[in-house]
Design a protein around this ligand. Structure first.
Ligand SMILES: Cc1ncc(COP(=O)(O)O)c(C=O)c1O
Length: 363
């Protein structure tokens, strides 16, 4: 247990938030900056909230070095609504799009897009249970595709792209829900980057969409108003009541990341944390990583013992030690340690200590 008797929470999402952010939110809760009210109670049209959302956007722009010709939107509906919004807005000319299927979420996105146009699987690792990331480029995609879609980090299978596919002039759309803000990215290589907040950004309820300006304004006549990116951009994410509290906490997370060295420092810490854990797994007799070394995620570390009953025992005994939510996704079993930005090195060290002890006791 740590300060405040908090556990180390290895959940895939919602997941840990940085402790200094939680403390700040606690301190601000009843009376935000002398306004006499909490952010939860505040009008989204108030000056105080306007400042919160503007600062959140400015800080995110600074952290990710987002070019001027991109808009930042704070939306609702989670990742799942983006599976629909992307095709509804971007299938604008040929109505064709090419998808890389690298896991459950990519497949869901692909299936949803199939309702709207001519969608092709351009690359897949499904036959190997998504244990690696396919390489593809310009030569593999349809030159007249309206966009190409990838999932940059596969939360369930513990894989991540370590390259940005070259799609030439065809806009690249990336679901970065589980690795946004974990390392620097060159935003200009993408048409859209989107991410649900509940892993590296803040509480569930807000979804970040970073979209190149020229890709907006193509939603069909029949598109429901909430699902048109342009409506949100034209109204600075205030077309309707935004998820105010989630945006405020996300803004505090952005400030915290800035104050702790930005994305270069974050990347360094994430590589150290994941490196330590993978090194231990690779050196152990008991645990195995099913994921190809070069495609391993820094955020979701998947491992197995090869014995389902032992996996269950591991998860239960870890929980008793304050190391919680270590079971793999219900679709694949085994174990998964999600070590997002807010997981401190001490949490990874505590996990490795426990793994060693468990290995000793279960030889
Ligand atoms: C990579 C990825 N995309 C999309 C989703 C779906 O997000 P939501 O539950 O917000 O709809 C998840 C959920 O964990 C995810 O990990």
């Amino acid at each position: 247990m740590t300060q405040y008797d908090r556990v180390y929470n290895f959940s895939a999402g919602p997941s840990m938030l940085p402790l200094p952010v939680l403390e700040k939110v606690r301190d601000d809760l009843l009376n935000y900056k002398g306004s006499g009210q909490s952010v939860m109670e505040m009008s989204h049209r108030s000056d105080a909230f306007k400042k919160i959302i503007e600062e959140a956007e400015a800080d995110l722009r600074e952290l990710m070095n987002i070019p001027e010709n991109y808009r930042v939107l704070f939306l609702q509906g989670g990742g799942t609504l983006q599976f629909s919004m992307v095709p509804m807005n971007l299938l604008r000319k040929s109505k064709k799009a090419d998808y890389a299927v690298t896991g459950t979420w990519a497949k869901k996105a692909y299936k949803e897009a199939c309702r709207f146009g001519d969608i092709k699987v351009v690359a897949s690792s499904e036959e190997d249970t998504f244990t690696w990331i396919p390489k593809f480029g310009k030569e593999d995609i349809r030159p007249d595709a309206d966009y190409v879609y990838i999932t940059s980090n596969n939360t369930i299978y513990g894989t991540a792209y370590n390259y940005v596919p070259d799609t030439g002039d065809v806009p690249l759309v990336a679901d970065m829900s589980s690795n946004i803000l974990s390392q620097p990215v060159d935003v200009s290589k993408y048409g859209i980057i989107w991410a649900g907040a509940q892993k590296n950004v803040g509480p569930a309820g807000v979804t970040i969409v970073i979209i190149r300006e020229d890709l907006m304004g193509f939603a069909g006549e029949e598109t429901p108003v909430y699902l048109d990116y342009k409506i949100h951009a034209d109204n600075d994410s205030m077309y309707n009541t935004p998820p105010c509290f989630a945006i405020y906490v996300a803004g505090e997370v952005f400030k915290h990341i800035k104050a702790t060295g930005g994305l270069d420092a974050m990347y360094q810490r994430n590589r150290e944390k994941a490196g330590k854990l993978y090194d231990y797994i690779d050196s152990s007799e008991l645990y195995k990583s099913p994921v190809a070394k070069e495609d391993r995620s820094l955020m979701n570390v998947v491992f197995v013992t090869g014995d389902k009953d032992l996996d269950k025992k591991f998860v239960a005994e870890a929980k008793a030690q304050g190391l919680v939510n270590l079971s793999g996704h219900r679709s694949i079993g085994g174990m998964r340690a999600s070590i997002y930005n807010a997981m401190p090195m001490e949490g990874v060290d505590a996990l490795i200590e426990f793994m060693k002890k468990f290995e000793e006791e279960n030889k």
